[in-house]
Design a binder for this molecule. Sequence first.
Ligand code: NAD
Length: 377
Amino acid sequence: MLRVGLIGCGRISDIYIQNCQSYNELQLVGCASLDMAESREKARQYDIGIVCSADELISHPDIDCILNLTVPSAHTDIALAALESGKHVFSEKPFATDLAQGRAVLKRALDNQLLVGNAPDTFLGGRWQTCRALIDSGVIGMPTGVAAFVGTHGVERHNPNPDFYYLEGGGPMLDLGPYYVTAMVSVLGPISRVCGLSRKTFSERMIETGHRSGEMIPVEVDTHTMGMIEFESGVIGSITMSFDIWDSETPRFEIYGEEGTLCIPDPDPVHGANQFGGEVWYRTRENSRWAYQPRVTGKDSWTVAENCHGYNDNSRGLGLLDLAVAVKEKRQPRASGELAYHVSEALTGILEAPARGGYIDIASTCQRPEPLPQQFP
Ligand SMILES: NC(=O)c1ccc[n+]([C@@H]2O[C@H](COP(=O)([O-])OP(=O)(O)OC[C@H]3O[C@@H](n4cnc5c(N)ncnc54)[C@H](O)[C@@H]3O)[C@@H](O)[C@H]2O)c1
């Protein structure tokens, strides 16, 4: 059993704690944050034994792995300290706001023979594993293209402390992009080059919920972002991630193949498709809308794929569960640091492309993670 110490007791921590406590391979033994009262409350609520500072948790002898759910700017410092202290680490996204720091995390893990895992782990959920199985079985033939579009109006309507989403390291491409680009890489393999365009529509945004309601917060980053992606396999893709869109009928995650199309119909955080479960649709040459006159559209014209995979509920922490199994099996976790770094490099490249003069070659690569067995662990 992997003994886990949680650092970061904020909004996302509840679902992680609940899931960790339900997985036999994990034992949540301690928690810490910047706010001792918050940590104590979390420990009381979930019966967690150790409450202390982050530094104390990182050096605690009864902990094997740090679960790092801090804000993005703290991710790499916590990960580096955990690895230095001989502990595996699994962090929330983004892997790194600075690629050099991301490389430092990978190097320290390698040097110290420890494992690094990183969210998102949604691609291990039933919906995305169904996609993977359909693609691998050739249902839509050889993949040729992929598209992801998510249009939201940011987080300040439902998050009472949305500041970090609009500061350096935040923004829709780094916040939402990891779900979809990680899913793309897990299905289609590594990325060779990217380009992109982005803009900032509002220089300030108003918090619309909680005790700071009405407060204006600054926006440092671009909030309407688009990228083009070329994969090593030759597949080409597009991605639009926005905090500046009030509404759209477009939201989709689609993979195009020589023999058909695979569609995730609702890839947005509200409907939970950046989460683990949900329908996967496909159409092949035979029932393509181009085969009919008049053309058919809408849900009923798609085949809904059979989903035989587990983890269709909100399973955040599944990547950490896989890391616990990986420790025993002496292998890399599926939601690995290597995969997260590769995705971070691609997303950063999309954002930096205009300033760097166009197409950005992606220096890193990664293994396509093995599919998650239908019965796991
Ligand atoms: N909230 C969500 O819906 C959501 C969804 C997916 C991913 N995430 C990711 O999860 C992470 C956390 O998000 P959140 O919404 O829970 O944030 P939050 O602001 O609610 O909580 C952050 C927690 O981290 C602690 N913390 C911050 N810096 C620290 C440091 N240096 N040392 C120790 N503790 C520190 C804070 O005290 C707090 O407990 C972010 O990386 C975010 O991108 C959040």
